[in-house]
Design a protein around this ligand. Structure first.
Ligand code: ADQ
Length: 487
């Protein structure tokens, strides 16, 4: 067995603000049977501590970056957790990164340095009877893990850094460096220094043994200035150790045949049963119970996700006889743009703000089209859920959207392989064309149903990618996957 410690700032179903939680929550289970045991280190936010009854203390710290802390191990919903309980850092309202007023916590550098430092201590054998061979760090919040390992006592410990989104890098002023518990020479180009300050994601990308990102297309894109966001040079330098491993989805949590969030469950052979869900979605979003095409968005409302491109096309969609249901929250300006469309088009356009996991399932089960018009998308999970639920994805041709949806062009339709609609570049006019193309496809009921069914049958599971991660861990510690499965 290969022991891997996954380090993450969120993990479903305990704490989730986006796709990272889904991936961190699903990967440990997906790896079972592949010779890998994965435990997860996560901060003890209130939502996490509330689920951890019966956990046992396995370590304590009198001085964790100036505060007290302890590690509590426990099993919750099938996950083997090690929780960093440090109330001065994590026992706060709001989400993991921002307070109730919407501002980043000013000590985020310390909150996530502490998490990463503790991970590296675990890797050095802090807890008797537990010694991971590989630490898998997710995003900038765990970006310092590879640096602590690189500059710590020499060991055989290996590190994997996964970039879920290059747009969030965790950059801080140089003044924090003195408090990071790193040696002087770590403040260098080969270490944590980044444009004169400290870069957590940069440190991870620089110091990890292997860097992965969440789709093959994004792995290529981030080596260019348009997507690399300053890290493209570094990624090019280490291109031999940068891999794209496509995300999968939790096939049990997202199963239209058993999903309790649906008004009516269904499968590929009972796809007509989606109608009851469509009516439920229309009701939840204040829409008329109409029979035309129902488009939907489940997303953070941000520039990355192309919500401004969507807003610019709402009048067109309504004029063409479509309805739109938007579930999400984010930038006030984009939220307002969608809200004003709901006022212009009562009964045709609906908005539910806030985060609602249950409603997101219902939308996937009832809408006809799931729109993901992102400007960049490392992988994207929404279109994968959509495929599984027979909700046809309409996506921009970037990152993981490019890798997971087969565009309904003439050749793909003839070959009967199309699963959705792609457009490029991510612009208002290209999206308008894609909407018109989608409406034409929807009008051909028989071929639309076929496309829905093909989506439902496409492989969006973790099977291939979990095996790929297992192989990466094994190669890092000099084993083949077969050896590890034998243990
Ligand atoms: N208002 C709301 N209510 C309920 N659920 C909502 C919601 N808004 C969003 N969600 C859910 O949040 C998740 C979003 O995941 P994505 O992967 O699509 O994007 P995200 O940008 O968060 O993730 C980043 O990390 C992931 C994981 O690697 C990459 O796939 C992605 O490209 C990258 O940007 C989905 O599970 C979606 O259903």
């Amino acid at each position: 067995m290969i022991e891997v410690l996954s380090v993450t700032s969120e993990v479903y179903p305990l704490i989730k603000t986006g796709g990272l939680a889904d991936v961190a929550g699903a990967l440990p289970g997906a790896l079972s049977g592949s010779g890998v045991t994965m435990r997860t280190l996560v901060p003890g936010y209130p939502a996490v501590m509330a689920r951890l009854s019966g956990g046992r203390e396995v370590a304590s710290f009198a001085d964790l970056f100036g505060v007290r802390g302890r590690l509590v191990a426990g099993r919750v919903d099938g996950l083997d957790l090690i929780v960093l309980d440090a109330p001065a850092l994590y026992d706060r309202p709001g989400n993991p990164y921002v307070g109730p007023e919407g501002w980043d916590w000013p000590d985020n550098w310390k909150r996530f340095a502490a998490l990463s430092w503790v991970a590296s201590e675990l890797g050095l054998g802090l807890v008797e009877g537990y010694r991971p061979q590989v630490i898998h760090a997710h995003d900038w919040q765990a970006g310092l893990v590879p640096a602590y390992v690189k500059y710590g006592p020499s060991s055989t410990l290996k590190t994997v850094m996964t970039v879920h989104n290059m747009a969030f890098q965790g950059t801080f002023g140089a003044e924090i460096f003195g408090q990071l518990r790193l040696p002087e020479h770590a403040f260098s180009v080969e270490g944590v220094e980044y444009y004169g300050g400290v870069g957590y994601l940069k440190a991870g990308v620089e110091c990890a043994d292997v860097v992965t990102t969440v789709s093959p297309s994004y792995a290529g894109e981030i080596r260019t200035p348009a997507f690399g966001m300053g890290l493209e040079g570094l990624l090019n330098n280490r291109s031999a150790t940068v891999f794209g491993v496509l995300n999968g989805i939790d096939m049990d949590a997202w199963n239209p045949a058993t999903d309790t969030a649906l008004a009516q469950t269904y499968s590929a052979s009972t796809i007509q049963n989606r109608l009851a869900n469509k009516r439920a979605v229309q009701e939840a979003f204040g829409l008329d119970p109409a029979d035309g095409p129902l488009f939907a968005v489940v997303s953070r409302l941000t520039w990355q996700k192309g919500i401004d491109l969507l807003a610019a096309n709402i009048d067109l969609m309504v004029a063409e006889g479509a309805q739109l249901a938007v579930l999400g929250s984010g930038d006030a300006e984009l939220e307002n743009a969608v809200r004003s469309a709901t006022m212009r088009h009562p009964g045709r356009v609906g908005l539910v703000t806030g985060y609602n996991e249950k409603l997101s399932h219902l939308v996937q089960g009832g809408a006809d089209v799931m729109m993901v018009p992102s400007r960049f998308e490392p992988c994207g999970l929404t279109q994968l859920y959509a495929l599984r639920y027979g909700c046809v994805p309409l996506v921009s041709r970037v990152g993981g959207l490019n890798d997971t949806v087969i565009d309904a062009n003439v050749a793909a339709l003839q070959a009967e392989v199309a699963t959705g609609v792609q457009f490029a570049p991510p612009s208002e006019t290209a999206l308008a064309d894609a909407i018109r193309r989608t409406l034409a496809l929807y009008a051909d009921e028989k071929s639309w149903k076929k496309m829905q069914r093909r989506g439902m049958k496409s492989d969006v599971s973790w099977a291939t990618s979990a095996a790929r991660y297992a192989q990466l861990y094994a190669s890092l510690i000099g084993l083949s996957t077969d050896d590890s499965a034998d243990d």
